[in-house]
Design a protein around this ligand. Structure first.
Ligand SMILES: C[S@@+](CC[C@H](N)C(=O)[O-])C[C@H]1O[C@@H](n2cnc3c(N)ncnc32)[C@H](O)[C@@H]1O
Length: 284
């Protein structure tokens, strides 16, 4: 496995994924009780946008680069941009992009518990170092080197009984959709009340269709599809859209996401080739 997220950090899919993650976390944090947060595919936590790998494809130019200085009315977009601005630590201009662990760390409280799992030793070490820095350091935090899918067995159900599981696999393996679906099924047998966010790519060839079909057949309920595409789904090669399957989404999250994505779309896909889809795959 040689996936490196730094090539993609801050691209349109990261914008969509992290805005969605933040929205779900903010809803969960409205209540004072502690939550459990598990990020099964955590990555290195922070990406230098002027580094070798980020500048090779410059994908962030068509993602966060398009909206960092923009003005939006959706509170979800404004909130996301505010967190990305904070991550620049006073630099004013965009030079670094926070991964999901840093985004979560920005909003979680000391009473909440965080577990990050990362398979690649180098990325895992980078994340450990990052979270030891005083500005990011928080109590109740564990960084594990290993398989995030296995961690679901070890950590679920959590004693807090409220929380969010993010599964953000690299989709390098041909059977990743299948693994993701099976992981969700196993996890929900252990803990059916958790909020689960599963990221998936939308590419040509309809690879995502068997995933939808399997989930519909699975018996799982309360499944929301939250997708933003910058090109028609059948455009050959490349990533056309970014999807998040959300199980047990907070009440009215679908409405807030649809409105945020609709405002975001012209900024991320200025040629009007994109689309937004927020709909129930299976209702409650
Ligand atoms: C898409 S990246 C994660 C990005 C991160 N969630 C973020 O939003 O900033 C996927 C990560 O999963 C790691 N990975 C791949 N297979 C894994 C597994 N089975 N368990 C845990 N991590 C894995 C890769 O090394 C990579 O860092």
């Amino acid at each position: 496995m040689n996936y490196r997220h730094s090539f993609h950090a801050g691209n349109f899919a990261d914008v969509h994924k992290h805005l969605t993650l933040l929205a779900v976390l903010d809803y969960l944090l409205l209540k004072p009780k502690p939550i459990f947060y598990l990020d099964t595919h955590a990555g290195g936590g922070e990406y230098d946008l002027s580094g070798d790998e980020s500048t090779r494809g410059n994908e962030w130019n068509e993602g966060i680069g398009r909206i960092f200085n923009g003005h939006f009315t959706s509170p979800l977009i404004t909130r996301y941009i505010e967190v990305i601005h904070k991550a620049q630590q006073g630099a004013g201009k965009l030079h670094t992009y926070p991964g999901s662990p840093l985004i979560a760390t920005h909003v979680l409280r000391d009473i909440d518990r965080r577990v990050f799992v990362e398979m690649q030793a180098e990325e895992c070490l980078a994340l450990r170092k990052l979270l030891r820095q005083p500005q990011h350091h928080m109590v109740n935090t564990t960084v594990n080197h290993g398989d995030g899918y296995q961690a679901l067995n070890a950590y679920l159900p959590p004693k807090e009984r409220r929380g969010l599981i993010l599964m953000d696999a690299p989709f390098e393996a041909a059977d990743e959709f299948k693994r993701l679906e099976q992981a969700l099924l196993r996890a929900s047998e252990r803990w059916s009340d958790g909020v689960y966010c599963l990221w998936y790519p939308i590419k040509s060839g309809g690879l995502v269709n068997p995933f939808y079909a399997a989930l519909k057949r699975s018996g799982l309920r309360n499944l929301l599809l939250a997708e933003l595409s910058v090109r028609p789904a059948d455009t050959p090669l490349g990533l056309n859209g970014s999807g998040m399957l959300i199980m047990n989404p907070p009440w009215q999250l679908d409405i807030a996401l649809r409105s945020a994505y609709t405002e975001l779309l012209p900024a991320l896909a200025p040629d009007s080739q994109g689309s937004v889809r927020v709909e129930w795959l299976v209702r409650e």
